[in-house]
Design a protein around this ligand. Structure first.
Ligand SMILES: CCCC(=O)SCCNC(=O)CCNC(=O)[C@H](O)C(C)(C)COP(=O)(O)OP(=O)(O)OC[C@H]1O[C@@H](n2cnc3c(N)ncnc32)[C@H](O)[C@@H]1OP(=O)(O)O
Ligand SMILES: Nc1ncnc2c1ncn2[C@@H]1O[C@H](COP(=O)(O)OP(=O)(O)OP(=O)(O)O)[C@@H](O)[C@H]1O
Ligand SMILES: O=C(O)CCC(=O)C(=O)O
Ligand SMILES: [Fe+2]
Ligand SMILES: [Mg+2]
Length: 333
């Protein structure tokens, strides 16, 4: 048995012994006594992951799986992306985003100007990514069997135009999500080509998923910041950082509290990745009033009002519209 399997066995034994004892006290109130030894909190006990993968996610907040998506599928996703860029395909809800450095230029018809697609859930070809059985098999370890695809993106990080706007500031994805519980949400992010420090791979701060949701706002970058690219103002710059260099088809699964971002693209190519945030369909929406998420709630509402003239639509509604079931039953979200 591997070392990880040994440690898992130890944790399970411990869990058996520390089941919650509920005793009737003399005042007839029930007193629960918990044992606070850390247990497996971030992954479910359903054999979807190996013991090593489970422990690694518990400790670091992410796991990287080599070669999970085939070249053939990625090439098809790339073609679907190109059809959208050329204006040959459009889908309800799809948001086509251009980099802030070129958003105000007059000549934006060129496909190369597109930096990101958001909400491709109505594109049958791109949405196939969210339904790939090898991805869902792993996702179940975090969400359980009823799975919603809540947020879909294809990121086409452009060559930096010289203003460093191709960077994505360090952030936690949970900032954007008004649903919980947090541990039943996970992101799958697949490299569509080799990604490394030169073209702006993901940068993660391992273990930060064990912290809380931090305050996010626009970073004070001289060259400008992309719309809604909020960052954490006060993360610890001395926290060890890891650059996730990946090959085409490699996939990282990460926790929505894991602090991550991506560096500048210093190459001439457009660095491509495709991603989906999944959540357990039993998750519930929360009111973010009075929390650090109030600013993103407000900004999203401003955009839906401006774009669709719907000021009655809430931040929570926007998520309920784009969420799509990929496995099991749609229960709550
Ligand atoms: C886990 C979640 C992680 C994340 O979600 S990270 C955040 C990702 N970003 C987003 O979700 C933003 C989504 N994008 C959008 O909603 C739209 O692309 C956006 C920014 C509203 C632009 O809408 P369009 O329909 O393209 O409208 P438009 O071209 O007429 O521009 C309208 C005004 O917006 C500006 N704009 C466009 N792209 C931008 C950008 N990248 N950054 C900053 N500003 C941008 C544009 O210049 C224009 O401004 P103005 O009204 O002329 O002053
Ligand atoms: N001045 C800054 N303030 C806030 N965040 C920053 C700043 N500079 C970089 N970042 C963020 O830190 C993360 C990593 O960027 P960094 O430039 O360190 O990575 P990189 O370019 O991939 O690596 P390197 O340049 O060391 O090879 C990105 O999310 C980036 O947006
Ligand atoms: O692909 C990237 O650069 C990271 C994107 C990201 O983290 C996000 O959009 O939430
Ligand atoms: Fe993110
Ligand atoms: Mg750098």
């Amino acid at each position: 048995m591997s070392r990880a399997a040994d440690r898992l066995a130890m944790i399970f034994n411990h869990l058996d012994r520390s089941t919650v004892h509920v005793a009737a006290s003399s005042t007839s109130t029930q007193v629960a006594s918990y044992d606070h030894t850390p247990a497996l909190r971030y992954t479910l006990d359903n054999d979807a992951l190996s013991p090593d993968q489970r422990l690694s996610y518990e400790e670091n907040g992410f796991i990287l799986i080599k070669n999970l998506v085939s070249e053939e599928d990625i090439d098809k996703f790339r073609s679907a992306f190109e059809r959208i860029c050329k204006g040959e395909a459009r889908f309800p809800g799809l948001v086509v985003m251009r980099d802030v450095a070129i958003a105000k230029s007059e000549f934006v018809l060129d496909q190369q100007a597109i930096s990101k697609l958001q909400d491709f859930q109505e594109d049958p070809e791109l949405f196939r990514y969210c339904c790939l059985p090898q991805i869902l098999k792993h996702v179940q370890a975090f969400t359980g069997p009823n799975i919603m695809a809540m947020h879909t993106m294809l990121i086409n990080k452009p060559p930096d135009a010289g203003k460093k706007t191709s960077r994505h500031p360090m952030h936690q994805d949970l900032h954007y999500f008004p649903f919980r519980p947090v541990d039943r949400i996970v992101c799958a992010w697949t490299a569509m080509e080799r990604v490394d420090r030169r073209n702006g791979c993901l940068v993660v701060l391992p273990g930060t998923h064990r912290g809380s949701l931090k305050e996010h706002d626009y970073p004070e970058w001289e060259g400008g910041v992309n719309k809604m690219y909020h960052g954490i103002r006060d993360y610890n710059p001395d926290h060890p950082r890891m650059h996730l260099e990946m090959e085409k088809g490699d996939t990282v699964l990460f926790h929505p509290l894991l602090i991550h971002g991506s560096g500048m693209n210093q190459t001439q190519g457009f660095r491509k990745a495709i991603s989906c945030h999944y959540a357990n369909a039993d998750c519930y929406y929360i009111d973010v009033k009075g929390t650090t998420q109030e600013n993103i709630d407000k900004e999203v509402k401003e955009i839906t009002t401006k774009k669709y003239g719907m000021d009655a639509v809430t931040f929570q509604d926007t998520w309920a519209f784009r969420g799509r079931l990929v496995q099991g039953e749609r229960t709550s979200l």
